[in-house]
Design a protein around this ligand. Structure first.
Ligand SMILES: NCc1[nH]cc(CCC(=O)O)c1CC(=O)O
Length: 324
């Protein structure tokens, strides 16, 4: 992904100045700088600035994300900056963006995806299978917790919050024998060498949108869609659209273990998804594969997988039932 290069755009009316709103964590700043560099390649004459800001999600570190309001927690302040005209675009990890954008905002652009897998990180062990009885594994996600509890009942799963550097610090401090993180974040921050094992999509299916960058803009901004168009990656957009459709149909939130991941096999999109209980004892699993050429077909594939999960009784695993 960091390899991607863009040719200068031939846009008749290129941007003169663009401001990118970003969270201030090292990962968020890396992502904003990456988008800035891509925009500079497309529009060499444009002054591209980054406006760093702190969100509620960054401030609340003592409680599990599932308990404090989940998605949206990391995006609200950035949206206010767009509304106030202090910024033109906001860069997010797509995984952290709500399935339904708030009125007046669009998910305008999805960039080429990094490695979407979860990663096993440890200083003493090479893989999950090597961990002894009672070893403490840190993860902040109920999805990861559910798979771990189902497969490794002898391990102790403990919450792990904070930005990437904080989490790595807690591992190195000896609080955990191993931690599970998204590989994408580690690779972006140059921490790829700390990954001991990349977890396979089956059974460690990632969250919808994991590894992809999303760019949010105001629906009322007249030019921004065209200006950001070169940054869109269609194969990624179609894959994450299928994933996000599953999550949308099931009312996905941080409160329920929900996984959805789609990969390409030539012109066929293959999607795999599960909903489970946190203890891993109950789960519904569905997958589907079909030719996909456009958004409608991508969303139809995701919709079909969601219906399959619902037919299997997924609603009983959702704390609030199915969305209306
Ligand atoms: N939920 C937090 C979050 N949002 C995006 C990433 C990683 C990068 C990505 O998936 O794009 C992470 C950290 C993690 O899950 O370990």
């Amino acid at each position: 992904m960091s390899q991607t290069s863009f040719s200068p755009s031939q846009h008749p009316n290129p941007p003169v100045r663009l401001v990118i709103a970003s969270r201030e964590s090292r990962l968020a700043m890396w992502q904003a700088e990456y988008v800035r560099d891509c925009l500079k390649q497309c529009y060499p004459g444009c002054d591209v600035q980054i406006l760093g800001m702190t969100t509620r999600g960054d401030q609340i570190l003592d409680r599990a994300l599932s308990k404090v309001g989940g998605k949206g927690l990391f995006v609200k302040e950035l949206e206010t900056a767009l509304e106030d005209g202090r910024a033109d675009l906001a860069v997010h990890s797509l995984k952290d963006m709500p399935m339904d954008m708030p009125a007046g905002f669009d998910l305008t652009c999805v960039m080429e995806r990094e490695d979407a897998r979860d990663a096993f990180v440890s200083n003493d062990y090479a893989s999950l299978e090597d961990l002894p009885q009672g070893a403490v594994v840190g993860t902040s996600s109920l999805r990861r917790e559910s798979v771990l509890r189902a497969r490794f009942p002898h391990l102790v799963i403990e919450p792990l919050r904070g930005n990437l550097d904080t989490r790595m610090g807690k591992l190195d401090g000896g609080q955990y024998q191993a931690i599970i993180l998204a590989a994408a974040g580690l690779k972006r921050l140059g921490l790829g060498s700390r990954i001991k094992a990349l977890l396979p999509y089956d059974p460690y299916t990632p969250a919808a949108g994991q590894g992809a960058l999303g760019i949010e803009t105001l629906s009322s901004n007249p030019h921004i869609k065209e200006w950001l168009a070169p940054l869109n990656d269609l194969p990624t957009l179609l894959a994450v659209s299928a994933e996000r459709m599953v999550s949308r149909q099931l009312g996905g939130s941080c409160e329920v273990p929900l996984a959805a991941h789609a990969t390409w096999d030539q012109d066929h999109l293959h999607i795999r998804s599960f909903v489970a209980s946190v203890d891993g004892q109950a789960s519904c699993l569905a997958s589907s594969k079909g030719p996909v050429k456009n958004m409608e077909e991508a969303e139809a594939l995701g919709f079909a997988v969601a219906q399959d999960l619902i037919a299997q009784g997924a609603a009983s695993l959702l704390p609030n039932g199915l969305p209306k």
